[in-house]
Write a protein that binds this ligand. Structure first.
Ligand SMILES: CC(C)(COP(=O)(O)OP(=O)(O)OC[C@H]1O[C@@H](n2cnc3c(N)ncnc32)[C@H](O)[C@@H]1OP(=O)(O)O)[C@@H](O)C(=O)NCCC(=O)NCCS
Length: 191
């Protein structure tokens, strides 16, 4: 199984929403919110395509001229997890953030999502705060994480991030991959 990344286009909305609703069952974004995100000039969304099917997506918000950026969301289809595709999406967004001049990259992750937290820590994010009971209706804390990009260099363009699935997933890795809320969307304008 191979996968490749490309920038998301408006026609990807339906496929992204299928993954969104499956990955974030209690707090999925609406199609309208996602459509606005895909169209925003202040960010970059990528889709992961495997065997011609959109099997993952991830989004960055990094307005021009700002030195802060946010990983807005990331998800890989359940059947495609554990193959390194989530890391590929995250690394591609980090590269994009570096190209946009982001120095501090932030994200929020549910306290009950050890899988995503492990991924973020392994790519240089560290906890810088907590938002108690941030995720509703589930009443789960948000962990705020930050990565310092000042010494990082962009390695590849999205199209250069391709990969072949490794011999994973390992059935012994049975950590529950609970749904995770992604970043708050601003009600209007930029964050
Ligand atoms: C989080 C998510 C995007 C990771 O995608 P993925 O393709 O499965 O992740 P990868 O295969 O690239 O693995 C990256 C790292 O995640 C962690 N990880 C992945 N699967 C894991 C598992 N079953 N148990 C424990 N850690 C795991 C590991 O740290 C792994 O690195 P390693 O393989 O070097 O040990 C995916 O699980 C997902 O879509 N989850 C639902 C949505 C979600 O929670 N999004 C995060 C929003 S904050």
């Amino acid at each position: 199984m191979t996968a490749a990344l490309r920038p998301a286009v408006p026609d990807d909305l339906d496929a992204i929403m299928v993954l969104e609703q499956a990955s974030f069952p209690t707090d999925a974004w609406s199609p309208r919110m996602m459509r606005d995100e895909l169209a925003s000039p202040h960010g970059r969304y990528l889709v992961l395509v495997s065997d011609g099917v959109v099997a993952g997506y991830a989004g960055l918000r990094a307005p021009s001229g700002a030195h802060d950026g946010d990983i807005q969301t990331i998800a890989v289809a359940a059947a495609s997890r554990g193959h390194g595709w989530g890391r590929m999406l995250l690394c591609a967004l980090i590269d994009e953030a570096v190209r946009r001049g982001v120095r501090d990259l932030f994200l929020e992750v549910r306290a009950d999502n050890p899988v995503a937290q492990a991924l973020y820590v392994s790519e240089g994010f560290r906890e810088v705060g907590r938002r108690p009971r941030y995720y509703q209706p589930d009443d789960v804390d948000a962990i705020v994480m930050q990565a310092d990009l000042t010494r990082r260099e962009a390695r590849r363009t999205p199209e250069e991030w391709t990969g072949r699935a490794e011999d994973r997933p390992d059935p012994a890795r049975d950590v529950q991959n609970s749904g995770v809320l992604h970043a708050d969307l601003p009600s209007g304008g930029e964050e």
